[in-house]
Design a binder for this molecule. Structure first.
Ligand SMILES: *Cc1c(COP(=O)(O)O)cnc(C)c1O
Length: 366
């Protein structure tokens, strides 16, 4: 029996990639802000509609570079419990204390009211790190207003937000900075990779300095790290980028097929509510089950057929063994009954129909 995973990496035509690799072999320039990195940086600045963009090794280091660039390292930062663990890892690795603000039960993004309450309780908080969960936009207007009033930095984890637009602007252009991930499993990828979008040339220069050991030639300016993207990784990005509109179009069709086959809410399933004004990228297909037991029954039925959705996200990050546990009831409830269904651009419609049929049959019996 074929295994159906939650997602499969998309690859460009091999010939297009080999052409770029041949060029790298002939010029022997492998890394350190090479031609491919600069070209990809330029193309992504345009594609994502952001003022400035710095590529780096991965999305986790993108968050860490942005935390440093904004001077948040070592300080308390308000963040969401409903994300992939990397959001909190980046904060902890930079010596920040994560303060968890619960999520909005409809959008599953951080609740602006909860952020406001955290800021009232913790006036020493220096920044807010929300996540555009599944590419859904946070309440960007409310968060901007709150952060401005309190004089704290606003950094988005935009790892899921590639290609999304909000109120006619690229979603990564919101906030003081936004970190993207180009991991192999993400919508757009460079095998491993990431970026930080920011607004001023000064911030862009600071990021370039931080990712390359903090020195320019013999001028040692600041403490840096090695977070450079290689030419080989950038080459993958250059081959992937032209494919994006078609990949998103295909995902749109698959999501519409799930929508019609799953027959919500009659089957008891629900989806996160997308923000008004969002042009979404169809990066994931998350479903919210009525309760944990029903979800586990459905996952078991799919597992028997070698279909493996992913509990994404699990666990609620405020319950990690290495953070201070404060209750976030909405997030702790949702992580018990949400999963992402299999979705990748060249997934066959027959596979999708099988997933939907097993789900509806199991829910019918529930
Ligand atoms: C993937 C992801 C990251 C980390 O990105 P990497 O490139 O894998 O380091 C951070 N935050 C979220 C929400 C993610 O999904």
């Amino acid at each position: 029996m074929n295994i159906t995973p939650v997602t499969r990496a998309t690859l460009p035509p091999l010939e297009s990639y080999l052409e770029k690799i041949r060029e790298i072999f002939s010029c022997r320039y492998l890394t350190n802000n090479g031609k491919n990195v600069r070209e990809l940086e330029q193309s992504l600045t345009e594609f994502l509609e952001v003022p400035q963009l710095a590529l780096c090794t991965n999305g986790t280091l993108a968050l860490q570079l942005a935390i440093r660039m904004l001077g948040l390292n070592g300080k308390p930062v308000i963040t969401t419990p409903f994300s992939y663990v990397a959001t909190v890892s980046a904060l902890l690795w930079e010596g920040c204390e994560p303060i968890f603000a619960d999520i909005d039960p409809r959008t599953l993004c951080i609740s602006p009211e909860a952020v406001e309450a955290c800021l009232a309780e913790r006036p020493d908080a220096a920044g807010v790190l929300p996540v555009h969960v599944y590419g859904n936009a946070c309440d960007v207007t409310a968060l901007e207003d709150i952060c401005r009033r309190h004089g704290v930095a606003l950094l988005y984890d935009a790892a899921h937000a590639f290609g999304c637009r909000m109120q006619g602007r690229g979603l990564l252009a919101w906030g003081d900075a936004a970190a993207g991930s180009f991991h192999a499993t993400k919508l757009f990828h460079t095998v491993e990779g990431g970026c930080v979008a920011c607004h001023t040339e000064e911030a862009g220069k600071r990021l370039a300095l931080l990712r390359a050991f903090g020195h320019i030639g013999d001028d040692f300016i600041t403490l840096g790290i090695n977070a450079k993207m290689s030419e080989v990784h950038a080459a993958m990005g250059l081959c992937m980028l032209p494919l994006l509109p078609e990949l998103i179009r295909r995902r749109t069709e698959l999501c519409a097929a799930y929508d019609s086959l799953l027959d919500m809410p009659r089957t008891g399933l629900a989806k996160p509510v997308l923000a008004a004004g969002l042009e979404w990228n169809y990066a994931y297909y998350p479903v919210i089950f009525p309760d944990h037991d029903v979800m586990m029954r459905c996952l078991a039925a799919l597992g028997k057929e070698q279909i493996h959705p992913r509990r994404y996200f699990y666990p609620s990050l405020n319950t990690l063994p290495y953070v201070r546990h404060v209750p976030c009831p909405v997030s702790e409830d949702i992580v018990q009954r949400i999963a992402c269904l299999p979705l990748w651009p060249d997934m066959g419609m027959d596979t999708l129909e099988r997933v939907a049929a097993i789900l509806t049959a199991t829910l019918g019996r529930a």
